[in-house]
Design a protein around this ligand. Structure first.
Ligand code: HEC
Length: 190
């Protein structure tokens, strides 16, 4: 009788969807981190666009975005970054295989009618080095973004010159409002 109970208990424990629960447990924190990055960056970008226009605001995206992401990474002991399938800065913006898959899924869901700002994914993955919690949140292209990521006619001459000097391999133009520009990605060891 006792051993039957034990067997049942072990079976119940093994059958419980531990992985799904684990991912959910880290998701709130990841969501808050992504929001914090978007809020800080959006605030600084808006302020600089108003004060100095898009040419002056390039430095917010070039210097402040990676700095804010690094601060959050250090504080939380995880990797926080921005990635895209059409990248401006290939050094930090190039997605890995998992991120490419998720970005493609986000695009598919948006094409099927989902609102880009609602799209997020959380998963626990096992890699040769161990287990990681991974999270991504889609970042839609707003009206503000078009001055530097929009179609050619929306990007001013000076902005174009500065961008092509800083990013000779820039692929991050031609976006329309509401399209997914990329995602915030978070990866933490478990
Ligand atoms: C003033 C010009 C400017 C504006 C406006 C701007 N960006 Fe960017 N964006 C850049 C630059 C420059 C980079 C490259 C940053 C770097 O070197 O890491 C970049 C990079 C990115 C990246 C990282 C992936 C990549 O392509 O390198 C994302 C995501 C992104 N921008 C989203 C947005 C969104 C969303 C908005 C609107 C809310 C926006 N940007 C507005 C200039 C701009």
């Amino acid at each position: 009788m006792k051993s039957k109970l034990l067997t049942a208990l072990i079976a119940a424990l093994c059958a419980s969807p531990a992985l799904a629960d684990d991912a959910a447990q880290y998701q709130d924190q990841a969501r808050a981190t992504a929001q914090s990055l978007l809020k800080q960056l959006g605030g600084e970008l808006q302020k600089e666009m108003k004060a100095g226009g898009p040419v002056a605001a390039i430095k917010v995206c070039k210097d402040r975005a990676p700095a804010i992401a690094s601060d959050l990474s250090r504080k939380n002991g995880e990797k926080v970054a921005r990635v895209s399938l059409k990248v401006r800065n290939p050094l930090i913006g190039t997605p890995d295989a998992w991120e490419q898959k998720v970005l493609a899924e986000f695009d598919r869901k948006a094409a099927a009618g989902a609102k880009p700002e609602t799209l997020e994914t959380a998963e626990i993955v096992t890699e040769p080095q161990g287990k990681y919690f991974r999270y991504m949140k889609a970042v839609p292209t707003g009206n503000l973004c078009l001055a530097c990521h929009g179609p050619a006619e929306k990007i001013g001459k000076e902005v174009k010159e500065q961008l092509s000097a800083d990013y000779p391999h820039d692929k991050a133009t031609g976006y329309g409002e509401g399209q997914i520009r990329g995602a915030i990605t978070i990866k933490g060891p478990l």
